[in-house]
Design a protein around this ligand. Structure first.
Ligand SMILES: NC(=O)c1ccc[n+]([C@@H]2O[C@H](COP(=O)([O-])OP(=O)(O)OC[C@H]3O[C@@H](n4cnc5c(N)ncnc54)[C@H](OP(=O)(O)O)[C@@H]3O)[C@@H](O)[C@H]2O)c1
Length: 328
């Protein structure tokens, strides 16, 4: 089978290449999946390249998510022929991942592909889109409503941001997208954003902890100074779903928006998310994400493209969602 293998030399330098390997190198686990599609996330960029402290052992097969067909199963929940999707559980980081024609994983980590989605569409969604759905669900659970005003999506032209924009617009929310790439404005409007905020307008820290009450909710893929700034622009009682750190992990904020405006900061983790929530999120994706909008985000790729794409995503240069056809 073909796989993208990352190796580390004696000086600690990593290199990634597509290799033919034998199936006996697959790890021990209950379910063997013939992988059809995978994708490229920020974490994949780290695991294809420098590792970012995520990879435990080399040689390593990255790929933090995949979709495919069960080939063999030692667990009653799955049988050969079942279509499945996997995100999280440190697959592709601590465990061998989806950038190979076959993967072997724990049955607990899999989710049956929901009706109405193909394996390719599932990976057009991928971890980024799945996490965007979790963020929207968390905001809804916290009381976000369509008539409360515009919802902000930061890092809008990235993977999480693109899917969040399309889902929110489809659900009838007014969506404002923050982007640092003016060339993506038409793309974001096609996904349903009605307002575009330039990154530099909202990236700067201000001395005032509170600004005008503007946003009824926020899906934040950026973190850092932008998240700190956004907290001070939230409407009374509104919530921000903190998903990512594309702009930095530090949070140079004050507690004033929490104390004087009852703003909520909701943490979103896709990796260890319980099974019932995963099933619910994938069902919602199948109903709430318009498939024509999803297709408009897709950039197709093969295993051989991954070293370059891994480096691009670390520089914030990937637009929308990459779908890797593992069999191509
Ligand atoms: N919590 C979880 O479970 C979870 C799951 C998936 C992803 N994540 C995290 O979420 C983040 C986004 O993931 P993704 O897959 O959407 O990545 P992505 O496709 O690279 O998107 C990130 C976007 O953030 C913006 N951005 C990049 N660098 C920036 C900077 N220095 N300042 C401000 N904005 C910047 C860019 O959007 P524009 O070009 O539009 O400005 C970029 O497209 C990552 O940090 C990722 O690790 C977390």
């Amino acid at each position: 089978m073909r796989a993208l293998i990352v190796e580390k030399d004696d000086e600690g330098k990593t290199s990634a290449s597509v290799q033919d390997i034998t199936e006996d190198r697959l790890p021990e686990a209950e379910v063997t999946v013939a992988v059809e599609y995978s994708t490229v996330n920020y974490k994949d960029g780290l695991c294809i390249g420098p590792g970012g402290g995520l990879v435990r052992n080399y040689p390593h097969v990255p790929g933090i998510d995949f979709a495919g067909t069960v080939e063999a199963s030692g667990d009653d929940r799955y049988k050969p022929g079942d279509k499945v999707v996997l995100t999280g559980w440190r697959v592709g980081e601590a465990h061998w991942g989806g950038y190979a024609e076959k993967a072997r994983v724990k049955a607990d980590w899999l989710v049956p592909l929901p009706d109405g989605l193909t394996t390719r569409q599932a990976m057009a969604v991928g971890t980024a889109g799945f996490t965007a759905m979790l963020a929207v669900m968390a905001l809804e659970a916290q009381g976000m409503k369509k008539d409360h005003g515009p919802v902000l999506v930061t890092g809008a032209a990235g993977g999480v941001g693109s899917v969040a924009t399309a889902i929110l617009a489809h659900l009838g929310y007014e969506v404002a997208g923050v982007t640092g790439r003016p060339e993506t404005v038409d793309y974001l409007k096609d996904l349903g954003a009605t307002q575009i905020v330039a990154r530099e307008e909202i990236n700067e820290t201000v001395k005032r902890p509170l600004e005008g009450e503007t946003w009824a909710g926020c899906v934040d893929a950026v973190g850092g100074a932008m998240l700190a700034r956004v907290l001070g622009q939230m409407k009374y009682g509104a919530s921000v779903a903190a998903v990512g750190l594309a702009g930095g992990a530090a949070l140079p904020a004050t507690v004033i928006p929490f104390l004087l405006r009852g703003v909520n900061l909701l943490g979103i983790d896709s990796v260890m998310q319980p099974y019932v929530n995963r099933v619910e999120a994938w069902k919602r994706i199948a109903t709430d994400l318009p498939m024509d909008k999803l297709e408009a985000m897709v950039q197709p790729a093969t295993l051989a493209d991954l070293p370059q794409l891994g480096s691009d995503i670390l520089k914030g240069q990937v637009k929308g969602r990459v779908v890797v056809d593992i069999t191509a």
